[in-house]
Design a protein around this ligand. Sequence first.
Ligand SMILES: C[S@@+](CC[C@H](N)C(=O)[O-])C[C@H]1O[C@@H](n2cnc3c(N)ncnc32)[C@H](O)[C@@H]1O
Length: 272
Amino acid sequence: MASSTGRKVTMSRTIQTVEDVLRLLDSFFSDDADRWTEVGADWWNDFYCDRERDVPFFRLAPDDSLVEWHQADLLPAQPNRRALDLGCGPGRNAIWLAQRGFTVDALDLSPTALDWARERAAEAQVDVNFVQKNIFGWQPPSGSYDLVYDSGCFHHLPPHRRISYRSLLENSLAPGGSFGLACFAAGSMGSELGDEDLYDQRSLFGGLGYTENELRTTFDWLKNIQLRRMSKAPEDGETFGESFLWAGLFQRAASAPKPLDPTVPGSTPTPT
Ligand SMILES: C[S@@+](CC[C@H](N)C(=O)[O-])C[C@H]1O[C@@H](n2cnc3c(N)ncnc32)[C@H](O)[C@@H]1O
């Protein structure tokens, strides 16, 4: 079809839903920069293919903060407690949670990471439901989770996927449930470019650094139980810890408000 100026145009009205907009924004970033969609799975497969590489979180050791919250009785402890590990990688936290009595679903984009995770779980003789899945496509098969945990996935998401991340938590976290997070601390690790600049540059530069205030704002609809820097754990110790990470524990109100509807203009988060 030719326009009134004679220029050839292609009609392609592909944007109908909020998810269409989010996917469009995903595509602003080059394939090289992508670590959060199915395209990014190849990058993660390469990352995990050499298990002997000197990567601190390749060790089968749970996050120091997770262990500390457990010891302080801050994690859900009821019978039949369920946990969801977002971006579980080779499974170190998912396996530890299963060993502590959680029924665990653990999601990752990378089949290479999940092969390793399944081998580790078999060696440890624990059951974890490892699933190769984009976290944003996950439908909890048996209701919500008492604990949603994320070590190192959130900081790989582009700004607009914070909207999807909130929906994911709203849909998966039980009333009264806990959300634990480990992510890059701005100033010590991760890009400090502002959100708009990231779209200009079409890269996340290996992950986003967050300030304390930014994390408090992002998760202000949850009650903050603890937000602190992790301490560096000894490399031959039983836990993993790096001082360039935040460790945050949040809790959803026992009676959860109606989820934010991103399709309603002016809809604002309800603080709980
Ligand atoms: C830094 S690694 C952390 C792995 C693991 N949580 C750990 O701490 O050992 C981040 C992981 O998030 C996964 N990931 C990133 N975006 C994802 C998405 N949208 N859905 C599922 N997994 C994702 C990657 O495949 C990668 O294994």
